[in-house]
Design a protein around this ligand. Structure first.
Ligand code: IPE
Ligand code: IPE
Ligand code: MG
Length: 238
């Protein structure tokens, strides 16, 4: 039988459509979506899954109307303030990946505070992908590696998988075992390209604000039925 996933990643999509269905402004969907984050984080930790990575804000999302971007940043700060105690109670360590430097100071400060104050927690690593784009992440890695090659710090023939991984924002994360995307869209949207190379993909029509423990259960039971062959034959892995 397949081992339980060590690393789950989620593209939390559909907040805007959820709000529209209720006749509300998009932002109401983001608020309800933040509540879902809180429930699902706790549930994943309870299941003893070591890594959960959430796509919270993409580099492309910066092109949304300024008002929505600002409200999302404010929501992030208030959610961090609100969830901080619960993260510690559940022994969850917070990390963040993405171009964090260009985030507003209010977000950066709160984020750094919670990251610092949860760094000893061992139950689960929760990583927020913020201002994140996997192509940008790879470009940054290539730039740094090129400089090191040019300065003879890394011999070019020694560049391998581990060289690349160790220069990614996501260097401390294991490969993703299960990638979930809500809202019915079946695309990756520039999320974790390297780490999902062999992930099992699970798409559900459920909108993120409606995603409950039962939906997570369904994703996990679907995952359980898969056979991960990694290029081998079925007989080889039996
Ligand atoms: C996901 O929901 C949240 C973010 C991208 C920040 P959306 O805001 O993309 O919701 P839809 O896709 O418009 O329904
Ligand atoms: C991906 O969702 C980003 C996040 C969930 C944070 P989007 O809603 O931005 O993606 P597209 O535009 O549908 O591909
Ligand atoms: Mg969307």
């Amino acid at each position: 039988m397949i081992k339980p996933p060590e690393h789950i990643a989620i593209i939390m999509d559909g907040n805007g459509r959820w709000a529209k269905k209720q006749g509300k402004k998009r932002f109401a969907g983001h608020i309800r979506g933040a509540e879902t984050v809180s429930e699902i984080v706790e549930e994943v930790a309870r299941k003893k899954i070591n890594f959960l990575t959430l796509f919270a804000f993409s580099v492309e999302n910066l092109s949304r109307p300024k008002k929505e971007v600002n409200l999302l940043m404010k929501l992030l700060v208030s959610s961090l303030k609100k969830e901080f105690k619960r993260l510690n109670e559940n022994k969850i360590r917070l990390c963040a990946v993405g171009d964090l430097n260009t985030l507003p100071n209010s977000v950066k400060n709160e984020l750094m505070f919670v990251i610092e104050k949860t760094k000893k927690n061992k139950q689960m690593i929760l990583t927020l992908a913020l201002n994140y784009g996997a192509k940008e992440e790879i470009i940054e890695a290539v730039k740094t590696i090129s400089k090191k090659v040019k300065n003879s710090i890394i011999p070019p023939e020694k560049v391998d998988e581990s060289t690349i991984i160790s220069h990614l924002y996501t260097r401390n994360l294991p490969p993703v075992d299960l990638l979930i995307r809500t809202s019915g869209e079946e695309r990756i949207s520039n999320f974790l390209l390297w780490h999902i190379a062999y992930a099992e993909l699970y798409f559900t029509k459920t909108l993120w604000p409606d995603f409950k423990k039962e939906d997570l259960e369904e994703a996990l039971s679907n995952y359980k039925k898969r056979e991960r062959r990694f290029g081998k034959t079925s007989e080889q892995i039996k």
